[in-house]
Design a protein around this ligand. Sequence first.
Ligand code: IPM
Ligand code: MG
Length: 371
Amino acid sequence: MKLKIAVLPGDGIGPEITQQSVKILKAVADRFDHQFQFEEALVGAVAIDLLDNPLPEATLELCKKSDAVLFGAIGDPKYDNDPDAKVRPEQGLLKLRKELGLFANIRPVKAYDKLIDQSPLRPDRIMGADMVIYRELTGGIYFGEKSTSEDGKSASDLCSYTTEEIERVAHLAFQAAEKRRKKITLVDKANVLETSRLWRKTVKEVAKSYPEVALDFLFVDNAAMQMILNPTQFDVILTENMFGDILSDEASVIGGSIGLLASASTGEKNALFEPIHGSYPQATGLGIANPIASILSAAMLLEHFNLTKEAEAVRNAVELSIQLNVCTQDINRDNHYTTSKVGDFLESLISEVDQVRINNENLNLGQMTII
Ligand code: IPM
Ligand code: MG
């Protein structure tokens, strides 16, 4: 298969982790005989520094004409600490999502057996947790009208949704549930918010087309509690933009590190793949950032194009690196590997799969030899 992939490394650790997933995609292309063509473009704080624009026109054009976008991370403390900044890196990502029509954001979350003790949550609570969050991505309070009064003493962000916006993401969530454990939880705040009541009504209607899928409802405050009390109850979670943003960071605690969580954002035409974590500016250039979230996002990219065995090869390699503890310091505190060493290891697992026999002794010495 021929794929044109736009690579947007972005800010902070974005470039170093994205470099690893490009490496992995190249290894996949070699092994499975595909042609992946990569082209880089600027986004975020680096784009503001150079061009005064968090999403330069050339970047948007490149993304529109590519088959997929591989996105790194966005954000810089100099903007986080300045609420008056008019131009912000995050505007680049939000505009990109809107312009590409990426209305569904898909975030799988699971507890890896090997990492069960990494989570601050009790192992008996999280063992076996395996869910996917379907977050609406181009509507709601993120994109409603924004205003600040002239005297600067009041501000407002409007939250609005249409039935069409709810239906299209709901259908994708139900289709996913049909292939999984056939359960959807709609997370909303229907006891207070008008938009949430529209979500409930609309999703109940959509559910009629999927008789095999059980639908239940949780208010978002309760869902936040259930997420850590009893996460194994969840299969597919469907929710609006901001609730999904918050709940997915919370859910990452189950996996033991936010550095493991991947995501896909899809629409009618385009698709973008990015880790759910941010730009982690304190870690920039130190080689300590976990590349797995970005690499698993690359696996979701492969899956999106029905390259199932290719995606499987990447996921298997990641599982093995976790089994063998060839991991960065967020997971492997005592004997950790750098960002690029983890990338190299996964790359060799994919390229040299037929000859792989892990030499544990060398692994312990940090040489990660594959013989
Ligand atoms: C995410 C991020 C973004 C969001 C930010 C960077 C705008 O937190 O993808 O979860 O809020 O959607
Ligand atoms: Mg977020």
